[in-house]
Structures are given as structure tokens and as C-alpha cells.
Design a protein around this ligand. Structure first.
Ligand SMILES: N[C@@H](CCC(=O)N[C@@H](CS)C(=O)NCC(=O)O)C(=O)O
Length: 209
């Protein structure tokens, strides 16, 4: 039995999207962010980190969206959403998958947190702004002539990338990166992401997604 502990406006949409892509049945337990945009304490009773997403599959309790995507694909997937193991494409795919929540998330989250908290210090802004530009240029170069990050077919990295780009787009950080905004639009046009948003709500406050 698969259960997703889902928080509104969060990364758990990634997990809902993959579950919808794989056509798996699941139970959704929904939590609401508090007035400070934090998760409620109840999430920490499921996993000590108290962050979403959390996946429960029988006795297994997993946090970290990238780990959850890999686990679900390995256990329930048919190989359609990842390049073949041991190939150069798979290594590149996994590099992108790790990149989203590490190198890319750091400047993205600092930028978003800065906007919510009255701005970053000059020192931190001096690090964050060029790092975010580099990150978005890197993604832009990759998707400018590809439908999805790995080419013509949707893979786990697109699912992982969706939340990060939706939050940045809604914070007006994609205005100078039309190829990235167009790529996000292609993700939003997929039936799987549409269904995930229908089930779990938008990924980020703002006009879209
Ligand atoms: N690296 C983790 C990040 C988890 C995370 O920060 N989740 C956010 C929602 S997008 C959260 O639960 N925030 C509420 C809080 O920390 O209080 C992942 O990819 O799952």
C-alpha cells in the first residue's frame, strides 16, 4: 500500500506526478503549510525531517523526493522513464537528477527565501545571484533544442525539475530565460503533471502551476 504525505505548494507534486505516470493506486494524506509557510508538526510524526514529500510503502518510510522517484521507478516502473542502466545517457540522467536538489536548489531556495524575508545580505546576494544565473543558463542550454531534458521522452529528471522551475517562474526568475519557461510549459502540458496538480493543487503560490 502506497501512501503519500503531501504538503500544499510543495515538492510532493513530483511524487504524485510519477505515481500518475505509472498508473499506481495510492492514498494521499494532505497537510497545510502554516502562516510562516512551514510544514505542520504532524509531518514529523511520519518522518523525523518533517518535510514533504514523504512516501510510505508498507513498512518503508522515505523522504527526499529524488530518492522516492528512484525507488518508485525501480520497484514499479517498466524502464520507460529512465535511460537504460549502465549507459552514458543514464549517467547523465542521474547527474541531472542529483543536480536539481543540490547545486540548483541552493541558489534557487536562497533567492526565494530572500524575497520572502526582506532580501539577502549583500555578501549572500553576491554569491546567490550569479549562481542562479549560471544554473538557469545551464538548464537553458540543455532544453533549448530538446523537448525534455534527456531528449524526446519524459524521464525522472523532468519530474524532479518541475517544482524548482515552477517556483522560480512564479517568483519572476525565469523572465530572462524564455527557453526554460517554454520547457516548463511543455512539462505543464503533460497529462501526468496536470493530473498531479488536480489532485494536490498548484506547486507554488502564484498565477500558474
Ligand atoms: N530535498 C528535499 C526537500 C524537502 C523540503 O524542503 N520540502 C519542503 C516542501 S517543498 C517542506 O516540507 N517545507 C516545509 C518546512 O520545511 O517546514 C526533497 O527533495 O524532498
Amino acid at each position: 500500500m502506497i501512501t503519500v504525505h503531501h504538503l500544499n505548494f510543495s515538492r510532493s507534486t513530483r511524487v504524485l506526478w510519477l505515481l500518475e505516470e505509472l498508473g499506481l493506486k495510492y492514498e494521499l494524506i494532505a497537510y497545510e503549510r502554516d502562516q510562516n509557510f512551514r510544514a505542520p508538526p504532524a509531518l514529523a510524526t511520519v518522518h523525523p525531517l518533517g518535510k514533504a514529500p514523504i512516501l510510505v510503502d508498507d513498512d518503508l518510510v522515505l523522504a527526499e523526493s529524488g530518492t522516492i522517484l528512484r525507488y518508485l521507478e525501480q520497484k514499479y516502473g517498466d524502464g520507460r522513464l529512465v535511460p537504460a542502466p549502465g549507459t552514458p545517457d543514464r549517467a547523465v540522467h542521474d547527474e541531472w537528477l542529483d543536480f536539481v536538489e543540490s547545486s540548483a536548489a541552493l541558489p534557487a531556495m536562497l533567492t526565494l527565501l530572500g524575497a520572502k524575508t526582506g532580501g539577502l545580505s549583500a555578501g549572500l546576494a553576491g554569491f546567490t545571484a550569479p549562481e542562479l544565473q549560471k544554473t538557469l543558463s545551464y538548464i537553458s542550454d540543455r532544453v533549448a533544442d530538446r523537448t525534455y531534458l534527456m531528449g524526446d521522452r519524459l524521464t525522472l529528471v523532468d519530474i524532479q525539475m518541475s517544482y524548482l522551475l515552477a517556483t522560480l517562474r512564479n517568483a519572476k526568475q525565469l523572465d530572462a530565460f524564455p527557453a526554460v519557461a517554454a520547457y516548463l510549459g511543455r512539462l505543464e502540458d503533460t497529462a501526468g503533471l496536470k493530473k498531479a496538480i488536480e489532485v494536490g493543487g498548484p506547486m507554488s503560490p502564484g498565477a500558474r502551476a
